[in-house]
Ligand binder design. Structure first.
Ligand code: MN
Length: 267
């Protein structure tokens, strides 16, 4: 946990050895978070900890049980893709959990001659508790926090799950911001730049299917577990990534991260 410019190591609070496999310590931490809060506060109050350095961060949740993703959830993106789909009509798909990468990892482009690989700027909703059949009114109580998420995708006609599940196609980070720090998740500015040029700029108030609806629908199908991630869908402005690009995502009240993009053929 980070408070001010100090980082407090809490990994001893969960029964999980750092670097063990599978890397599920964060899921255990999220599940126990409410109970651990007094202990966490004590540790912060102790003033121990080390200087926080974002360069050392890796994916905040490396091993969620699933990534639920809503396509076609902003009107202007539906228009730019000439899509017949809408999130409130078509629901969600799943993206492989193994596509997750962190704020200091490159997006690695597979060698697919003639194919475009696009960035999609999205808010990541992190589930905080086991949730099944939740009401709209109670849906936000299922949230642990929020993070920036880039849904990378190969454009084309193959199954969407395959086109979106390449390794490194789901950068998340640079950290999680807990729910209590974001009073209005339905009013957050989201931005994405490629090589310093603003490509995407929107606000979560323009989501067709808002955050409670997304949680509610997902939990009507599958049990949501602590650490599960919901990708909200992208606004307009999607476009191709190329070897050598630098892509930056920034979400109001959460943070930003800049990722290198490279071809799989380049070491
Ligand atoms: Mn998407």
């Amino acid at each position: 946990v980070v408070e001010g410019d100090r980082l407090y190591d809490l990994s001893d609070l969960v029964d999980c050895v750092t670097d063990s496999w599978p890397p599920v310590g964060m899921l255990q931490f999220i599940e126990k978070f409410a109970a651990l809060r007094p202990v966490i506060q004590q540790r912060i109050d102790s003033g121990a900890g080390e200087r926080f350095d974002a360069a050392n961060l890796s994916a905040p949740i490396p091993w969620p049980s699933k990534i639920v993703a809503y396509p076609a959830n902003y009107q202007l993106h539906i228009a730019e893709m000439a899509s017949q789909n809408r999130a409130d009509k078509n629901g969600f798909f799943l993206k492989a959990s193994s596509s997750i990468s962190g704020p200091n990892d490159a997006i690695v482009l597979p060698e697919l001659a003639g194919r475009e690989i696009h960035h999609e700027c999205e808010l990541g909703i992190v589930i905080g508790r086991k949730t099944r059949h939740v009401s709209l009114d109670a849906a936000l109580e299922a949230v642990f926090g929020y993070t920036c998420l880039i849904d990378v995708v190969v454009r084309g006609d193959e199954e969407r799950v395959m086109r979106k599940s390449h390794d490194t196609f789901c950068p998340i980070g640079p950290w999680l911001v807990t729910r209590d720090e974001i009073a209005s998740p339905g009013d957050l500015d989201t931005r994405l730049w490629v090589n310093g040029t603003l490509r995407q700029h929107a606000n979560t108030r323009d989501l067709i299917y808002d955050i409670p609806h997304m949680i509610c629908k997902a939990a009507s199908v599958a049990t949501l577990y602590p650490g599960d991630i919901i990708a909200t869908g992208t606004p307009d402005g999607v476009g191709p990534l190329a070897d050598g690009d630098e892509v930056t995502i920034s979400i109001e009240r959460i943070g930003s991260m800049t990722l290198a993009v490279r071809s799989a053929s380049r070491p």
